[in-house]
Design a binder for this molecule. Structure first.
Ligand code: OAD
Length: 257
Protein backbone atom coordinates (compact mmCIF):
# COMPACT_ATOMS: atom_id res chain seq x y z
CA UNK A 1 0.00 0.00 0.00
CA UNK A 2 2.83 2.42 0.84
CA UNK A 3 5.20 2.74 -2.16
CA UNK A 4 8.65 1.28 -1.40
CA UNK A 5 10.33 4.30 -3.03
CA UNK A 6 8.58 6.65 -0.58
CA UNK A 7 9.60 4.52 2.39
CA UNK A 8 13.23 4.67 1.17
CA UNK A 9 13.08 8.43 0.67
CA UNK A 10 11.67 8.98 4.14
CA UNK A 11 14.29 6.74 5.71
CA UNK A 12 17.11 8.61 3.96
CA UNK A 13 15.59 12.04 4.52
CA UNK A 14 17.73 14.66 6.29
CA UNK A 15 15.20 17.49 6.16
CA UNK A 16 11.51 16.66 6.02
CA UNK A 17 8.87 19.35 5.50
CA UNK A 18 5.24 18.58 6.35
CA UNK A 19 2.26 20.74 5.39
CA UNK A 20 -1.01 19.86 7.10
CA UNK A 21 -4.59 21.00 6.65
CA UNK A 22 -7.96 20.39 8.26
CA UNK A 23 -8.00 16.74 7.14
CA UNK A 24 -5.31 15.85 9.67
CA UNK A 25 -7.61 16.90 12.53
CA UNK A 26 -10.83 15.49 11.02
CA UNK A 27 -10.44 12.17 12.85
CA UNK A 28 -10.18 14.11 16.13
CA UNK A 29 -13.70 15.41 15.47
CA UNK A 30 -12.72 18.87 14.20
CA UNK A 31 -14.78 19.70 11.09
CA UNK A 32 -12.93 20.51 7.86
CA UNK A 33 -13.90 23.50 5.71
CA UNK A 34 -14.76 22.16 2.28
CA UNK A 35 -15.77 18.51 2.67
CA UNK A 36 -19.31 17.95 1.38
CA UNK A 37 -21.96 18.04 4.15
CA UNK A 38 -19.55 18.29 7.08
CA UNK A 39 -17.32 21.18 5.89
CA UNK A 40 -17.73 24.43 7.83
CA UNK A 41 -17.92 26.54 4.66
CA UNK A 42 -20.75 24.32 3.41
CA UNK A 43 -22.81 25.33 6.44
CA UNK A 44 -21.61 28.78 7.44
CA UNK A 45 -20.82 31.98 5.61
CA UNK A 46 -17.09 32.57 5.36
CA UNK A 47 -17.86 36.18 4.45
CA UNK A 48 -19.80 36.77 7.68
CA UNK A 49 -17.58 34.72 9.99
CA UNK A 50 -14.07 34.92 8.58
CA UNK A 51 -13.48 38.50 7.51
CA UNK A 52 -12.70 41.76 9.25
CA UNK A 53 -15.79 43.27 7.64
CA UNK A 54 -17.94 40.49 9.14
CA UNK A 55 -16.39 41.02 12.59
CA UNK A 56 -16.90 44.80 12.39
CA UNK A 57 -20.55 44.28 11.45
CA UNK A 58 -21.42 41.65 14.08
CA UNK A 59 -18.57 41.07 16.56
CA UNK A 60 -20.71 38.95 18.91
CA UNK A 61 -21.71 36.51 16.17
CA UNK A 62 -18.10 36.08 15.02
CA UNK A 63 -16.68 35.80 18.57
CA UNK A 64 -19.40 33.27 19.52
CA UNK A 65 -18.65 31.11 16.49
CA UNK A 66 -14.89 31.04 17.14
CA UNK A 67 -15.49 30.42 20.84
CA UNK A 68 -17.63 27.37 19.92
CA UNK A 69 -14.83 26.13 17.63
CA UNK A 70 -12.26 26.69 20.39
CA UNK A 71 -14.41 24.74 22.84
CA UNK A 72 -14.62 21.87 20.32
CA UNK A 73 -10.83 21.85 20.02
CA UNK A 74 -10.33 21.94 23.81
CA UNK A 75 -12.42 18.77 24.09
CA UNK A 76 -10.64 17.02 21.19
CA UNK A 77 -7.55 14.87 21.49
CA UNK A 78 -4.74 14.26 18.96
CA UNK A 79 -5.35 11.31 16.63
CA UNK A 80 -2.84 8.73 15.32
CA UNK A 81 -1.84 11.06 12.44
CA UNK A 82 -0.79 13.87 14.81
CA UNK A 83 1.04 11.32 16.97
CA UNK A 84 2.88 9.69 14.06
CA UNK A 85 3.89 13.12 12.72
CA UNK A 86 5.31 14.03 16.14
CA UNK A 87 7.26 10.75 16.19
CA UNK A 88 8.97 11.69 12.91
CA UNK A 89 10.96 14.37 14.75
CA UNK A 90 12.72 11.60 16.67
CA UNK A 91 13.83 9.80 13.48
CA UNK A 92 14.55 12.52 10.92
CA UNK A 93 17.40 14.98 11.69
CA UNK A 94 15.35 18.06 10.72
CA UNK A 95 11.57 18.27 10.52
CA UNK A 96 9.70 21.48 9.64
CA UNK A 97 6.02 21.13 10.47
CA UNK A 98 3.79 23.72 8.81
CA UNK A 99 0.06 23.77 9.47
CA UNK A 100 -2.90 25.72 8.18
CA UNK A 101 -4.86 24.54 11.21
CA UNK A 102 -5.82 26.88 14.01
CA UNK A 103 -6.04 24.09 16.60
CA UNK A 104 -3.16 22.96 18.85
CA UNK A 105 -3.39 19.20 18.26
CA UNK A 106 0.11 18.94 16.74
CA UNK A 107 1.57 20.57 19.84
CA UNK A 108 -0.47 18.34 22.16
CA UNK A 109 0.71 15.27 20.22
CA UNK A 110 4.27 16.31 21.04
CA UNK A 111 5.50 18.09 17.90
CA UNK A 112 8.20 20.37 19.25
CA UNK A 113 7.78 23.31 16.86
CA UNK A 114 4.83 24.13 14.65
CA UNK A 115 4.59 26.92 12.09
CA UNK A 116 0.99 28.19 12.15
CA UNK A 117 0.26 29.87 8.82
CA UNK A 118 -3.33 30.79 9.70
CA UNK A 119 -2.94 31.74 13.37
CA UNK A 120 -4.53 30.04 16.36
CA UNK A 121 -7.91 29.85 18.07
CA UNK A 122 -6.04 30.03 21.35
CA UNK A 123 -4.28 33.35 20.78
CA UNK A 124 -6.77 36.18 20.30
CA UNK A 125 -5.51 39.75 20.16
CA UNK A 126 -6.70 43.33 20.35
CA UNK A 127 -7.95 44.84 17.07
CA UNK A 128 -6.48 48.16 18.16
CA UNK A 129 -3.07 47.72 19.82
CA UNK A 130 -2.67 44.02 18.76
CA UNK A 131 -1.72 43.00 22.32
CA UNK A 132 -2.42 39.31 23.05
CA UNK A 133 -5.43 38.41 25.15
CA UNK A 134 -5.39 35.59 27.72
CA UNK A 135 -8.59 33.61 28.26
CA UNK A 136 -9.81 33.53 31.86
CA UNK A 137 -10.32 30.22 33.72
CA UNK A 138 -12.19 27.95 33.53
CA UNK A 139 -11.07 27.26 30.01
CA UNK A 140 -13.54 24.51 29.20
CA UNK A 141 -17.22 25.32 29.77
CA UNK A 142 -19.11 22.21 30.81
CA UNK A 143 -22.36 23.02 29.04
CA UNK A 144 -21.05 24.58 25.85
CA UNK A 145 -22.94 24.00 22.60
CA UNK A 146 -21.08 22.44 19.68
CA UNK A 147 -20.34 24.70 16.74
CA UNK A 148 -23.44 26.77 16.04
CA UNK A 149 -24.09 30.41 15.34
CA UNK A 150 -24.50 31.99 18.76
CA UNK A 151 -23.76 35.47 19.96
CA UNK A 152 -21.17 36.02 22.69
CA UNK A 153 -19.82 39.51 23.26
CA UNK A 154 -16.07 39.65 22.76
CA UNK A 155 -14.01 41.01 25.65
CA UNK A 156 -12.42 44.47 25.55
CA UNK A 157 -8.69 45.09 25.65
CA UNK A 158 -7.60 46.13 29.16
CA UNK A 159 -4.87 48.35 27.68
CA UNK A 160 -6.64 50.37 24.99
CA UNK A 161 -10.33 49.46 25.32
CA UNK A 162 -10.74 48.15 21.76
CA UNK A 163 -12.36 44.81 20.99
CA UNK A 164 -10.51 41.51 21.21
CA UNK A 165 -10.65 39.50 17.95
CA UNK A 166 -9.95 35.82 17.25
CA UNK A 167 -6.27 35.17 16.56
CA UNK A 168 -6.83 33.60 13.16
CA UNK A 169 -6.05 34.89 9.68
CA UNK A 170 -9.20 35.97 7.88
CA UNK A 171 -9.93 36.15 4.17
CA UNK A 172 -8.21 39.18 2.67
CA UNK A 173 -5.61 39.36 5.45
CA UNK A 174 -1.92 38.68 4.98
CA UNK A 175 -0.29 35.61 6.51
CA UNK A 176 2.17 36.14 9.38
CA UNK A 177 5.28 37.21 7.47
CA UNK A 178 7.89 35.30 9.48
CA UNK A 179 5.85 32.08 9.52
CA UNK A 180 5.29 32.14 5.77
CA UNK A 181 8.90 32.91 4.91
CA UNK A 182 10.07 30.06 7.19
CA UNK A 183 7.59 27.77 5.45
CA UNK A 184 8.72 28.83 1.97
CA UNK A 185 12.37 28.33 2.85
CA UNK A 186 11.76 24.88 4.36
CA UNK A 187 9.64 23.66 1.45
CA UNK A 188 12.44 24.52 -0.97
CA UNK A 189 15.32 23.24 1.16
CA UNK A 190 13.81 19.91 2.27
CA UNK A 191 14.47 16.52 0.67
CA UNK A 192 10.82 15.55 0.91
CA UNK A 193 7.50 17.35 1.50
CA UNK A 194 4.50 15.49 2.91
CA UNK A 195 1.20 17.27 2.21
CA UNK A 196 -1.47 15.88 4.51
CA UNK A 197 -5.22 16.58 4.56
CA UNK A 198 -5.47 19.84 2.65
CA UNK A 199 -7.61 20.69 -0.36
CA UNK A 200 -4.91 23.04 -1.67
CA UNK A 201 -7.56 25.67 -2.41
CA UNK A 202 -6.31 28.48 -0.23
CA UNK A 203 -3.37 30.62 -1.28
CA UNK A 204 -0.66 31.40 -0.50
CA UNK A 205 -0.38 28.13 1.50
CA UNK A 206 -1.37 26.19 -1.63
CA UNK A 207 1.74 27.56 -3.35
CA UNK A 208 4.07 25.69 -1.02
CA UNK A 209 3.87 22.29 -2.79
CA UNK A 210 4.36 24.08 -6.12
CA UNK A 211 7.46 25.87 -4.80
CA UNK A 212 8.77 22.58 -3.45
CA UNK A 213 8.30 20.65 -6.66
CA UNK A 214 9.92 23.46 -8.70
CA UNK A 215 12.91 23.30 -6.34
CA UNK A 216 13.26 19.57 -7.04
CA UNK A 217 11.86 18.49 -3.66
CA UNK A 218 9.90 15.25 -3.78
CA UNK A 219 6.23 15.78 -2.88
CA UNK A 220 3.93 13.13 -1.40
CA UNK A 221 0.25 13.77 -0.76
CA UNK A 222 -1.89 11.95 1.80
CA UNK A 223 -5.60 12.69 1.43
CA UNK A 224 -9.01 11.04 1.40
CA UNK A 225 -9.34 12.02 -2.25
CA UNK A 226 -6.78 12.82 -4.90
CA UNK A 227 -8.11 16.28 -5.75
CA UNK A 228 -5.86 18.14 -3.42
CA UNK A 229 -2.78 18.83 -5.45
CA UNK A 230 -4.20 18.98 -8.90
CA UNK A 231 -2.42 22.11 -10.00
CA UNK A 232 -0.84 21.40 -13.37
CA UNK A 233 2.50 22.78 -12.24
CA UNK A 234 2.88 20.57 -9.18
CA UNK A 235 4.65 17.37 -9.88
CA UNK A 236 3.31 14.93 -7.35
CA UNK A 237 5.71 12.08 -6.75
CA UNK A 238 3.35 10.05 -4.57
CA UNK A 239 -0.36 10.14 -3.85
CA UNK A 240 -1.60 8.03 -0.93
CA UNK A 241 -5.36 7.92 -0.76
CA UNK A 242 -7.04 7.25 2.57
CA UNK A 243 -7.42 8.51 6.11
CA UNK A 244 -4.45 10.37 7.52
CA UNK A 245 -4.97 8.60 10.86
CA UNK A 246 -4.35 5.28 9.14
CA UNK A 247 -1.82 6.11 6.43
CA UNK A 248 0.60 8.33 8.35
CA UNK A 249 1.25 5.75 11.12
CA UNK A 250 1.67 3.03 8.46
CA UNK A 251 4.20 5.17 6.60
CA UNK A 252 6.18 6.01 9.75
CA UNK A 253 6.19 2.37 10.88
CA UNK A 254 7.24 1.17 7.42
CA UNK A 255 10.19 3.59 7.40
CA UNK A 256 11.31 3.41 11.03
CA UNK A 257 9.37 0.67 12.83
P1 OAD B 1 -10.32 21.89 3.49
O1 OAD B 1 -11.58 21.65 4.23
O2 OAD B 1 -10.34 22.81 2.33
O3 OAD B 1 -9.75 20.50 2.97
C1 OAD B 1 -9.65 19.39 3.81
C2 OAD B 1 -8.97 18.29 3.06
O4 OAD B 1 -8.77 17.22 3.94
C3 OAD B 1 -9.75 17.76 1.86
O5 OAD B 1 -8.88 17.67 0.75
C4 OAD B 1 -10.23 16.37 2.31
O6 OAD B 1 -10.28 15.44 1.23
C5 OAD B 1 -9.14 16.01 3.30
N1 OAD B 1 -9.55 15.08 4.36
C6 OAD B 1 -10.69 15.07 5.09
N2 OAD B 1 -10.67 14.12 6.03
C7 OAD B 1 -9.46 13.50 5.92
C8 OAD B 1 -8.81 12.43 6.61
N3 OAD B 1 -9.39 11.80 7.63
N4 OAD B 1 -7.58 12.08 6.20
C9 OAD B 1 -6.97 12.70 5.16
N5 OAD B 1 -7.52 13.71 4.47
C10 OAD B 1 -8.74 14.12 4.85
O7 OAD B 1 -9.23 22.33 4.58
P2 OAD B 1 -7.83 23.07 4.34
O8 OAD B 1 -7.20 22.64 3.08
O9 OAD B 1 -7.07 22.94 5.59
O10 OAD B 1 -8.39 29.01 6.57
O11 OAD B 1 -8.32 24.58 4.18
C11 OAD B 1 -7.39 25.61 4.05
C12 OAD B 1 -7.89 26.84 4.77
O12 OAD B 1 -9.22 27.16 4.32
C13 OAD B 1 -8.07 26.66 6.26
O13 OAD B 1 -6.87 26.84 6.99
C14 OAD B 1 -9.06 27.75 6.61
C15 OAD B 1 -10.01 27.62 5.45
O14 OAD B 1 -10.67 28.79 5.08
C16 OAD B 1 -8.42 29.82 7.66
O15 OAD B 1 -9.02 29.53 8.67
C17 OAD B 1 -7.68 31.08 7.49
Amino acid sequence: MIPAALIEQLRACQHLAILTGAGVSAESGIPTFRDALTGLWQRYSAEKLASLAGFSKDPALVWGWYEARRQTVLRAIPNPAHIAIAKLATYVPQVTLITQNVDDLHERAGSPEVIHLHGSLHHPRCVGCRRPYTFPDPIVYEDFEPIVEQRINPPFCTHCGALIRPGVVWFGEPLPVRAFSQAEAACQAADLLLVIGTSGMVYPAANLPILASRAGVHVAEINLTSHALNQADTHLDFSLIGKAGEIVPLLVDAAFG
